[in-house]
Design a protein. Structure first.
Lengths: 425, 425
């Protein structure tokens, strides 16, 4: 049995699986508190996922939305990071297993987030591009550019159109923002790169099984977002389901859409670990009590996307959003600190700060505390909120600078195929 | 036979293999001239190679030293780019073969640059890390960080030291600059990331078979550079050859150096293509006349690293430097334009603008037109020259901003393992 080589101390050991929004805020809150904190993540960086779509569409470099974990916790005493993938929980021995060794815990926090959910559709899983991690966003950027290079090589108009077309499945914030960014590439950027291609032939299809884009937002936000998308030339297909995809055509219940690239943004599922009983799960997320603790498993907590704090009003738990993860991480940390002070822990209550989505330049929608914003003001708000969320001054500055350049040049410069992807099928 | 789908026109077609310094300057010079220009490169971007070592050492993001080729030539009429790898020249048919199809040329310019030369040492080729392309620099960055993560896991002090050690073979500009950058990471950056590791145990060995670092520079530059390196804690081994490397120990003619990472910067060779006679080569580079043309091959030219313009004074041709490639590219373009004006072509004469190398903050050496600079002034000059050389305002600004941040924070923030590399052996 290999160990993770963490020193044993008299401090209670908090092991956190995942340095996403939840794990990060929890670990930071425990700074200078009487705990040994061990962070496990297979990536050595925290990813600011809300901006991944801009990496995929050549607007931002990956390095500006990722931040090294060791740097975040520089100087934090009794903090240990290990680059490892958690695989199994042995709850009776209070042991977490990873691909490089095992570690005992006093408190275990599962903050492993979520990954793309294909709902069992094998052809979708094989043929489509996910966009939940930095390497996945880079793969999408490469594939998009490779497809335009390939389109330049063929005179078969059907093939060329297919290579230039995009189908995005799911009109949540990710799908909407990606569709908008692709539409801007189509209008302002790609025609300069590929003067030989006729961009009237390029189609961007946004396919949504519900009856509106941005499902959980206000009706006016939904209407405005759809209006913006259509203005940019995106084909919005509501009440439409993709049923089959063979790498060349996406078969929906209404129409067949030819496209070499299909991006799946229609669902996520919790990244659960092996070892706990099946009945701890609700729709692929751990059922937790009001303190984010797993009933019947002492010392094991789940926060963020992988946790479902279900109640009668919220049969599916809180939404799978960064804000929920952050607030839960902070609440769990506070409760740990309360325990050391013999205070009683406080139940979690999600404070909805609002939701927002951007479609393109000067085009965004935001519902904040019942107040609705749109257009240029919404867009400024969106940028401000996202800049504040980024970790580190360097990243904030470089993202702002890129936005500035992109805005005034109508260009997105990072059209690099650093590692080509193999075309699937 | 697949074609590259380039329209046939009445203009003479200039096919350029490689968008490095030489190919880039040639193609730009032909803007608005009566030629059809076809650029072939397997990467869709131009790489500013002199700063690759800063990508490898977490100081710069890859996207700031690479620039998309299509963007460079935006709006240039009769210019075509194809992402392809040139494989063979069929000179009798005036045909260039690539991995995606063939193309006829009127003029063919081989500007394919150079790659790492292991001089037939198989163990070196398998065990060492090259650093000639962006993906290679990213691999080196990943491996370096992975090694420190692995060092945190072991209590075997020999293994830990090996993981923390670096051997750099070859003390040309690349080797010297890389050694200096690693030494700065050792002093200012890594001890914060890995408080458990004892950095007195980390060794950086710079191994050079000649009797001085920076061989072609002035004696005072050599002396100063070596002094800077030693001040930063780099072990400089002159008159020393690495004879064997098994992934754990580098056996030299003097001492065995334990190190999990060996970076090979000891030599390059021209990237030659198949199809031309063997006797066109001199030490792996095409022999060219004073006009960069290959004797006996009408219409075929070679420029930059892959060309050897040999003479009695210069039995090996001009040095393999960016400046030579740029000047040759411009001269060849001017000669093409001269032909269209019925003027006679001009022979190439290399104008040595000087050489420079930086070792670390405030530490650089430069020999410019007989004037020698060192220390802070040399370092400012080095930065200025490299900023000017970068393509595009965005890249210049982001590089400058990163240097600014790195300088004042004594930090290098881009310590990301985006794609882990498999440990060799």
């Amino acid at each position: 049995m290999k160990s993770l080589n963490i020193p044993d101390t008299s401090l209670p050991r908090v092991v956190i699986v995942g340095c996403g929004f939840g794990g990060l805020s929890l670990a930071k809150k425990l700074k200078k508190k009487p705990f040994q904190v061990v962070m496990i993540d297979k990536h050595n960086y925290h990813t600011f996922q809300p901006l991944l779509y801009q990496v995929a569409t050549a607007g931002l470099e990956p390095d500006s939305i990722a931040y090294p974990i060791r740097n975040i916790f520089k100087g934090q005493k009794d903090f240990y990071y290990r680059m490892a993938e958690a695989t199994e929980i042995k709850s009776e021995e209070k042991l977490l297993c990873t691909d490089i060794g095992e570690i005992e815990y006093d408190y275990l926090i599962i903050a492993s987030g979520s990954s793309t959910n294909y709902f069992g559709m094998k052809d979708m899983e094989e043929g489509s591009m996910p966009m939940k991690t930095v390497p996945e966003a880079l793969n999408l950027r490469s594939l998009m550019l490779q497809n335009f290079e390939a389109a330049s090589l063929t005179n078969d108009l059907d093939e060329r159109e297919r290579l230039m077309n995009f189908v995005i499945v799911g009109a949540g914030p990710t799908g909407v923002e990606l569709a908008g960014a692709l539409a801007e590439l189509k209008t302002h950027v790609l025609p300069n790169d590929y003067p030989d291609l006729d961009f009237r032939r390029m189609s961007i299809h946004l396919v949504e099984s519900g009856n509106a884009v941005l499902g959980p937002m206000s009706e006016s936000a939904q209407k405005n977002a759809q209006k913006y998308l259509e203005k940019l030339g995106v084909n919005v297909w509501l009440d439409t389901r993709v049923e089959k995809y063979d790498g060349e055509n996406a078969q929906t219940n209404k129409k067949s859409l030819p496209a070499s690239t299909l991006i799946w943004a229609a669902g996520v599922k919790g990244n659960i670990l092996n070892g706990l009983a099946e009945n701890t799960l609700n729709r692929g997320r751990y059922i937790v009590n009001d303190f984010n603790e797993l009933p019947n498993y002492e010392g094991i907590y789940a926060i963020g996307d992988v946790a479902a704090m279900i109640s009668e009003e919220k049969p599916f738990g809180d939404p799978m959003l960064a804000q929920v993860a952050i607030q839960q991480g902070i609440n769990v940390a506070k409760n740990f600190i309360n325990i050391t002070k013999n205070k009683s822990p406080k139940p979690f209550k999600y404070k909805d700060l609002g939701t927002m989505a951007t479609v393109g330049r000067n085009k965004a929608v935001a519902d904040l505390n019942g107040v609705k914003f749109k257009g240029f003001i919404g867009w400024l708000l969106w940028m401000m909120v996202h800049l504040i969320g980024l970790v580190g001054f360097r990243n904030k500055a470089i993202v702002l600078f890129n936005w500035f350049i992109n805005y005034f040049s109508y260009d997105k410069k990072i059209r690099l195929i650093i590692r080509p992807v193999e075309r699937k099928k």
